[in-house]
Design a protein around this ligand. Sequence first.
Ligand SMILES: Cc1ncc(COP(=O)(O)O)c(C=O)c1O
Length: 448
Amino acid sequence: MATSSDQLPAFGQRHVTKGVGRLTDRVMTKGEGSYVQFEDGHRMLDFSCGIGVTNLGHCHPKVSQAAADQCMNLVHSQCSISFHSTYLRLIEKLLPMMPDPSLDSFFLWNSGSEAVEASIKMARFITGKQNIISMQGAYHGRTYGAMAVTKSKTAYSEGFMPLMPGVYGTAFPYWHQLGVPKDTSEEELVRLSLYQLELVLQQQTAPKDTAAIIIEPVIGEGGYVPAPHAFLRGLREICDKHDILLIVDEVQSGFGRTGRVFNIEYSGVRPDMMLMAKGLANGFPLSAVVSRKELTDMLKPGSMGGTYAGNAVSCAAGIAVAQAFKEENILANVNARSEELFSALNKLSEDPAIKSTIVDVRGQGLMVGVEFASSSYNKYDVALQPSAPKGMAARVAKKCIEKGMLILTTSVYEVVRFIPPLNISQEDLKKGIDIFAESVKEVVAEGN
Ligand SMILES: Cc1ncc(COP(=O)(O)O)c(C=O)c1O
């Protein structure tokens, strides 16, 4: 007998591995634009976008239609059997969107983690070197190579050791990460971080052994912190000096999330490899590594691949996404809504009822983090301020959910992150901000 609807959550708890955590135990059945609906009829505003995936809203009509049409033509054409047309047509659409014209050679895969794995393989083979440097606070995925370069939370790797060897961590220019006061100038944060990187290259992995540096231009699971442009330029210089490849992971920050198609555009820094996923196909599994032909021509045919890599239906969805960016003025909406969001959050942080609870409002475009004061994670951190109730971020997110909005926390710090759809209406954005503000005020009033 089929499980009744009201028993489905219990069924899930019994039969879905405990290793998968969840924000809510409700069962999602439908998504439409900025809203999702659950089995019990409950409807919620979605400020998580499936962690930055459904950037054009749930079931964007043109994206879903393109995928449905493709389903009736060709669902699977293995990339090692032949080219298929949607794979090539997608690349044709992506080429003019690249942040640098040198990025002209694509490898498509399914997930962000797989793109990270592919980039590590490629970097090792192309340079003939082994080691990878990643940022303290970075998140690059859950497979073994990706997990090794992930340094945002031990929760992702605890008990799963040993990870892939040859990975070294370096400081990201974020005050918490460097253990310096919050009012430290950007110039100083950049200097301290580049200094640490130079030390890593002198003390831990020689440039001669270092294949690549991988970085998210806006660190995602590490707290929604944009990398200062001077830091990215410093990385580029160091990479050029030592023949190290610069891998820019735009899996979360890409596809309009921060107000440009790719965040790296703001700094003008040229990646040697750029990674995309999430918003690329608005929910269909698809990722990409883009690099220069002169580099990828060094790879041996047959060394890269994967059964579902560059799936035809996902590629058709990706083509429709690229088309929507052009036709629907997505970036203009991101920038307009971003201004409203920042202005509302900054105003909220000055509200006397909240006092010094909010210590930072940061991010770019519609990739925005609100950090609350905390005294709990590392007693040696001079930036700690015990002026917010304990566990504030998770408590605020929980309240938002109770009030009808999905929203996520991020990092080991007390950060709530806003990832609304890029085409969200002014009205829905305001609704989300109001829910957030009410939740913050309620948690502050409740105290510890
Ligand atoms: C920056 C970044 N890189 C890589 C990944 C891994 O992507 P996936 O979960 O599709 O494997 C993520 C996922 O959140 C991410 O944010």
